[in-house]
Ligand binder design. Structure first.
Ligand code: GLV
Ligand code: MG
Length: 404
């Protein structure tokens, strides 16, 4: 729907780039928006855009103009404003990501066709995705779609429609509830036939969502089932249900999943510290190993508690530390979290570079700040620096932070 509890906001970094008058005008507009006076707020953002055509906050103001139209039920005009954000500011990833998300909301869909799309809207969602894929220029950003599962009545038409009508406009198809390599073999063959029919030149890639116990048990074979395999995501909601885990949360921890400190003597009832444990550790680690074995990218999936941005960040960071390259965003606030977590901190990149430099040709062992560094630690450091370089190549702001 159009209304959301949390809105994509101007980042503190971006606000610092504005001069006093701009900042003041924008704050005034934001206040009207916060007061839900969307008509006046829309006019205020519009006035801002006219008065400060070169502002560093243009992408944000256009996005907000779209929000005012959208929330005022002018969906068609809202889509135009969102599209403008994507067209002119594809690298302002926060605002462009939010714009894409809101376009999805306008069409009552986004790239997702599976769960979260009501049964009655399945076909509209499919049509909406095809329209978005064909009309929105994505620049260097990939477009993915999640089709319905193989055991659903929509899967076959999802594939036929999206591949033959927009197969050259998106990169990755996410297959939910993959159980074993046979699922991927089937989709691989079907895709080959549809790609041939559509005359496509570039193969469409596959991303399997790990959300059944059988899928987890077969994850190595799933990763190796086709050269199209691009990635795997952990789907904690369906997986919990399928395994009969007793959490009703979408990802994250659970206060009852703990270890407890030993008692003092026989005082079993006395105060004893407890430590919450990670419900997803085993699955995540197993998924990462299977992915690395086959050169496939591991992702953490959804985190359902949109308000709990702190725990979301923890969940994402655990995934990052264990080797995942990204996570899903269910809401624009989670895009910021993912960007922050999955880009190494500048001080970590600098320290990694320091070790690499100090190690010369990379062999042997040295002491640096009282720590032993050798061939293996150089490799660890290279993981961090190489990731930073890849990210910096797409993001000038990050390149600046890393000093590349
Ligand atoms: C994702 O689809 C999940 O089930 O967690
Ligand atoms: Mg699911």
């Amino acid at each position: 729907g159009a209304g959301r509890a949390q809105e994509a906001a101007l980042s503190a970094d971006d606000f610092k780039l504005l001069d006093t008058f701009e900042g003041h005008e924008l704050t005034k507009s934001d206040r009207l928006f916060a007061a839900k006076d969307y008509r006046s707020a829309g006019a205020a953002y519009e006035a801002f855009l006219i008065q400060y055509p070169k502002s560093k906050a243009t992408a944000y103001a256009v996005l907000r103009k779209g929000r005012c139209l959208h929330l005022g039920n002018k969906r068609f005009e809202a889509i135009k404003a969102y599209t403008e954000v994507l067209d002119y500011f594809p690298n302002a990833i926060n605002y462009a990501g939010a714009a894409l998300y809101y376009i999805g909301a306008c069409h009552s869909e986004n790239g997702n066709l599976e769960d979260a799309i009501p049964m009655a809207d399945k076909e509209a969602a499919r049509r909406g995705f095809i329209t978005v894929a064909k009309t929105i220029p994505m620049g260097s950003t990939q477009l993915w779609t999640r089709v319905n599962s193989l055991d659903s009545p929509w899967f076959l038409d999802d594939m036929i429609e999206i591949v033959t009508k927009a197969g050259d406009k998106f990169d990755v198809i996410m297959i939910p509830k993959v159980e074993g390599p046979e699922d991927i073999h089937y989709v691989d063959r079907l895709l080959a036939q549809l790609e041939a029919r559509a005359g496509l030149k570039k193969p469409i890639l596959l991303h399997a969502i790990l959300e059944t116990a059988r899928g987890v048990a077969n994850v190595e074979e799933i990763c190796g089932a086709s050269p199209r395999m691009q990635g795997i995501s952990l789907g904690p909601a369906d997986l919990a249900a399928n395994r009969r885990m007793k959490t009703t949360r979408v990802g994250g921890g659970h206060p009852d999943y703990i270890v407890r400190q030993d008692p003092t003597g026989d005082d079993y009832q006395g105060a004893r510290a407890t430590y919450q444990q990670d419900l997803w550790h085993y699955t995540m680690a197993r998924m990462v190993d299977a992915c690395v074995m086959h050169g496939v990218l591991p992702f953490y999936g959804p985190f359902g508690d949109i308000k709990d941005v702190v725990a979301c960040e923890d969940q994402f960071r655990n995934a990052y530390l264990l080797g995942c390259v990204g996570a899903w965003s269910l809401h624009p606030v989670q895009i910021d979290i993912a960007k922050k977590v999955f880009s190494p901190r500048p001080q970590d990149v600098a320290q990694a570079q320091r070790v690499i430099d100090a190690m010369g040709d990379g062999t042997g062992a040295i002491m640096l700040d009282g720590k032993m560094e050798d061939d293996a630690s150089v490799k660890q450091c290279k993981v961090v620096v190489e990731l930073a370089r890849q990210l910096a190549a797409r993001d000038p702001h990050l390149a600046g932070l890393y000093g590349f």
